[in-house]
Design a protein around this ligand. Structure first.
Ligand code: ADP
Ligand code: MG
Length: 684
């Protein structure tokens, strides 16, 4: 126990030392080669401490056991002692009785007569005594056995005590070992601390010498600076003198400055005023020029004809087949690009339009002027007219590698808008619709089945609008393509045979261009209507029934109405029958007034289509000739019957009073057909 107490004290001392070491991080152990070793030692120390605590626990347990066993031994020894005393007493009592009995026997033998009696009594009593003796002996034996047993127990306990002593000795030896280990660790720690102390002292010494050297250099510098300062003093004196002189001068400066400022301000004000008036003048001129340009452009378009009719001949395609039926029936005039010749049933017939495009040509120039008008705020309609398969859709939509009027027009629109972006802000929106059987439907809407109505604006402006027609704002050609695709998919899901359906319905792309002049705030709105009309082929009265006849009647009615409207417009009649069809009613504001119209008449070049070609070209020439003046026009045209589409078969075969039939070039009858417009204008 004393040893343990000493160890504990030693350990406490070590712990406090260790804590001191931990609390003093100033000793730079980091990275020191002993730090690892010391950490290991510390680990070992804590391990040893743990073992010591364990051993202490074991020792106290053993001590307790030894104490218990010693107590039990004392108890057993006490009991043994009692038993031995009892036995001695019993032996004493028995031997005493035996002795008494022997004495009694001897007495009795001495007095024989009575002896006999006594013997007899003894003989009678003797077995009793013998029995008591044997009982005592057996008890004695039992007690002796018990004593032996207790002795055995005692021996065992002694053995246990001995082994306990051995264990204690072992533990003591272990404690001694730990002690020596602790001592060694402590020694190591002290050594380490000493080496660290040495390191620290060395570092301090080095820093001190370095500081001394630096200090010396600083002192030297200081001396230099001092001499410099002494030298600078006279310079400072002159500078102070100069400064004082300047100060005196500056005192008078504000007055001088005020005068100068005043005159400069006046000059600047004058200059600004001049620039302002110049600007105003420039703005006025710019507006005048803008107006003039618009007027000139408008005049140009008007001179070209607000309603222009051009023809476009598609090339012969594989679908036309082979043989005489697919033979080419169209020729062009090499000197005049407004003339087209058709060989119809062996006879050459010529037509004059505003322009004729061969299969190779593009009609971009035509479109460009119209786009400029649209941006200037005029409404524009471009129609593709002709029989199914003549190339209307190709002309309007085109193919990806060769985009049609729709794409080209919008591209032009975007590039012109871009060009004017510095002065104008434009918003472009598009709607896509179709008219089928006189029903107007929105192809960009959520419910393309829905019938749309055309209404008069309630504001009394006379403008028309279509409630519910979807308008998408577009900013690029990509946007436009997406809108086209969406419209297409709407149409495709609706009709299984799209080709057939599209040839029986009018497809409309309505582009609205709204502009604001940034400098003047002037607003313009132009509408560009691009219409792929239904096929103009005539369905014979007897040939069609049911749906087909109804479709044909609707198409016929709307195309006739279109012809009527254009005729009325070109002849400047008071009444224009816009309401005769959905198409003309919808496009009313884009056909009337200062609007520009381009009718592209699509022509198939092959022999088998010459009947329809003849009909289309006659329609084109009539539409075009309308412009010649109301009176003469009406006299020349006669009635523009809405039945014409159905009755044309017979009409086509008759010489027409309205259509100008020209001889083919080189036929001899006429060397070169003159322009109707030209002729009548000169006669007027
Ligand atoms: P429509 O719309 O009048 O019924 P399409 O535009 O569908 O006629 O034209 C019929 C076929 O003729 C299409 O296969 C089209 O590619 C072709 N086509 C029409 N015009 C041209 C052209 N100018 N150049 C090449 N192919 C054309
Ligand atoms: Mg088509």
């Amino acid at each position: 126990m004393v040893e343990n107490e000493r160890l504990r004290q030693e350990m406490r001392r070590c712990e406090t030392e260790l804590q001191e070491l931990r609390a003093n991080p100033g000793v730079p152990c980091l990275g020191c080669e002993h730090s690892q070793e010391s950490a290991q030692l510390r680990d070992k120390l804590s391990q040893l401490q743990l073992e010591v605590v364990e051993n202490k626990g074991m020792l106290s347990e053993l001590n307790l056991e030894v104490q218990q066993k010693t107590d039990r031994l004392a108890e057993v020894e006490l009991r043994l002692k009692d038993c031995l005393a009892e036995k001695a007493q019993e032996e004493e009592r028995l031997s005493r009785r035996l002795r008494d009995s022997h004495e009694t026997i001897a007495n009795l033998r001495a007095q024989l007569p009575p002896v006999k009696y006594v013997v007899k009594t003894v003989e009678v009593e003797s077995p009793k005594i013998k029995q008591a003796l044997s009982e005592s002996q057996s008890r004695n034996q039992h007690l002796q056995e018990q004593v032996a047993m207790q002795r055995q127990v005692l021996k065992e306990m002694e053995q246990q005590l001995q082994s306990s002593h051995q264990l204690t000795a072992q533990l003591r030896a272990q404690i001694a070992m730990y002690e020596s280990e602790l001592e060694r660790a402590h020694g190591q720690m002290l050594e380490e601390m000493q080496s660290l102390e040495e390191d620290k002292n060395r570092a301090i010494e080095e820093a001190f010498t370095r500081a001394q050297v630096e200090m010396k250099a600083v002192h030297e510098n200081l001396a230099g600076v001092r001499t410099n300062l002494l030298m600078l003093q006279p310079a400072l004196r002159t500078l102070t003198n100069d400064y004082n002189g300047l100060k005196r001068q500056v005192r008078g400066f504000p007055l001088l400055l005020q005068d100068a400022l005043k005159s400069v301000k006046a000059e600047i004000g004058q200059a600004i005023e001049e620039v302002n008036s110049n600007n105003q003048e420039l703005l006025r001129k710019y507006r005048r020029e803008l107006q003039l340009r618009k007027k000139c452009h408008n005049e140009l378009v008007r001179l070209k004809g607000n309603i222009r009719v051009i023809a476009r001949v598609r090339p012969v395609t594989k679908e036309d087949g082979e043989g005489p039926e697919a033979a080419n029936a169209i020729t062009f005039d090499p000197d005049d690009d407004s003339i087209i010749h058709l060989l119809h049933k062996g006879k050459p017939v010529s037509f004059e339009l505003d322009k004729v495009f061969s299969p190779e040509a593009s009609q971009q120039d035509e479109v460009q002027a119209l786009i400029t008008s649209c941006i200037d705020g005029f409404n524009v309609c471009i129609f593709a007219y002709g029989q199914t398969g003549a190339g209307k859709t190709y002309t309007m939509e085109g193919s990806p590698e060769n985009p049609g009027i729709n794409q080209r027009a919008l591209q032009l629109l975007f590039s012109e808008v871009q060009e004017k972006a510095s002065d104008w802000e434009y918003t472009i929106t598009v709607s896509v619709a179709e008219i089928y059987n006189e029903v107007l439907r929105d192809l960009l809407g959520k419910g393309p089945q829905e019938k749309l109505e055309i209404r008069l604006c309630p504001d009394g402006s006379g403008q028309l609008y279509v409630p519910g027609l979807t308008e998408f704002q577009v900013r690029s050609v990509d946007d436009i393509n997406k809108v086209f695709e969406f419209g297409h998919s709407n149409r495709t899901t609706e009709f299984t045979n799209l080709n057939e359906h599209s040839s029986r319905s009018h497809a409309l792309l309505i582009v609205t261009v709204r502009g604001v002049d940034c400098s003047t705030g002037l607003r313009t709105t132009g509408k560009l209507n691009l219409v792929d009309l239904a096929g103009s082929e005539r369905v014979g009265k007897s040939g069609a029934e049911g749906n087909r006849l109804r479709e044909a009647q609707h198409i016929n009615k709307s195309l006739s109405a279109l012809g009527d409207v254009i005729a009325a417009l070109r002849s400047r009649q008071g009444h224009v029958p816009f309401r005769n069809s959905k198409l003309t009613y919808l496009l009313q504001d884009s056909l009337s007034g200062d609007s520009k119209t381009l009718m592209v008449v699509q022509v198939s070049p092959v022999e088998k289509n010459t009947n329809e070609t003849l009909y289309s070209l006659r329609f084109a020439e009539r539409v075009r000739s309308v412009e010649l003046g109301p009176v003469s026009r009406r006299a020349e045209l006669g009635s523009w019957s809405s039945q014409e589409h159905l009755e044309c078969e017979s009409a086509c075969q008759m010489p027409q009073p309205t259509a100008r039939a020209h001889s083919a070039p080189g036929s001899g009858t006429s060397s070169r057909p003159g322009s109707i417009r030209r002729k009548l204008q000169s006669s007027a």
